[in-house]
Design a protein around this ligand. Sequence first.
Ligand SMILES: Cc1cc2nc3c(=O)[nH]c(=O)nc-3n(C[C@H](O)[C@H](O)[C@H](O)COP(=O)(O)OP(=O)(O)OC[C@H]3O[C@@H](n4cnc5c(N)ncnc54)[C@H](O)[C@@H]3O)c2cc1C
Length: 463
Amino acid sequence: MTVEPGRIRVLNDAPPDEKGRYVLYLLQQANRAHFNPALELAVREANRLGLPVVACFGLLDGSNGFPEANARHYAFLLQGLSDAANGLKTRGIGFVMRKCSPAEIAIDLAKQAALLVLDRGYLAIQKGWYEEIGKRVKTRIVQVEGDVVVPLEIASSRHEFAARTLRPKINKQLDGFLNPLRVVHVKHSADKLGLSSTIDISDPDAVLASMTLDRSVPPVKRFKGGETEARRRLKAFLSGPFAHYGDTRGKPEAGAASHMSPYLHFGQISPVEIVLAARAAKASDDDKQAFVEEVVVRRELAMNHVFFTAHYDSYDHAIPQWARDTLAEKAKDERPHLYTDEQLANGETHDAGWNTAMKEMRETGFMHNHLRMYWGKKVLEWSNSPKDGFERTLRLNNRFFLDGRDPNSFTNVGWVYGLHDRPWARRPIFGTVRYQSENSLRKFDLNAYTRDVERLCREEAKA
Ligand SMILES: Cc1cc2nc3c(=O)[nH]c(=O)nc-3n(C[C@H](O)[C@H](O)[C@H](O)COP(=O)(O)OP(=O)(O)OC[C@H]3O[C@@H](n4cnc5c(N)ncnc54)[C@H](O)[C@@H]3O)c2cc1C
């Protein structure tokens, strides 16, 4: 199918500029050359206008760097862009990359474009780029939503209370947006335009070395960025552990995790592609349903939260009143264990299971879903105040996770503090916010998980 009309928003309804030399696509959220609705729409429009397509990317560097991004994040991003650039070239689509803001490169290259196509993300910084572009680009601008299954405003027009309020709305729309995307053949190659990048992305390591950035968190070997690698991992997951996803996803040692979150965060794979592949895989309906619940309902609940919450990174704005009240009542409760930021980051607590999870995160950029909940709840318990706990959980999350700095990051850290949840039995420190005890470490084989983490860390340490 071609792009569903519900994914398309016209931001500037001017006619395409007749003098335009190409159709420009600001590839910023959906960093991929395939299964990318914004790109396919750009190709379709370019063919209709008899023009080539040029994709562009603005790389934020130095003092202008992306908030909280470090060498780990940038290495993965650049590997993905290198892969995307190869895919674009094979299709006859131009690719221009410069060290500047995404808005800057789009505004500059749009001067010679008939039409500008944007993809769509929901973080405040991304919304800022779209606003700036909207004010300064005079030609037609079309935005295409390709990184959620059900377009956000179609799913819901308000901040959702919990997964149970969003789920029926998503389910009503789901089948209408789960369509294979038709690849549009490029009729006019961009080769003759003579546009060149100031960045040679064929060597992502060299680009990383040329950047001014926080190198205190190094790249990881466990995850290689790019759509090719995302699809390879997805295939391996769906033909193996997926058959037991429903039963074993709470067991970190069982391997029933897709590891799609870093690839989804950097737009290196489409969630629609993931769900279509999962539906076609050999697994029970229960396994499929459990997976769709995570990758569509929970993930899109996170998008809904950041979209409708202006200050989603602020404890006072993002956490519901009932949860802040109950945590405030318990703010003076004795805290048997208090740790500094450094002790937490180094995994120097009394809790060996927590330290192992922290080690997986710090050394390999990832942590299993089941442990993330435990990990977050303990930071709340071991912090001076709930606000302090929220802020340092978010800092650690965004610093070490490859999938950090995502709508999922802000929303799930918020969940630890009561967002999208309900009151539970009253406890010290937590009040009626859901507590998680050390017992949750006994529900899986902690020794097997620890051995796994040790092995992964040895592999990271190899030259
Ligand atoms: C304290 C805490 C912090 C978290 N921080 C992040 C983060 O920074 N970035 C991030 O992407 N996720 C975060 N999560 C959500 C979840 O833990 C990860 O998305 C998941 O573990 C990623 O592993 P996977 O891709 O193998 O997941 P799978 O189990 O294979 O699930 C497939 C996909 O579904 C989505 N998904 C799964 N669980 C959730 C969830 N609870 N909420 C929303 N979407 C979900 C993800 O996109 C994931 O890739 C956090 C959860 C908690 C409790």
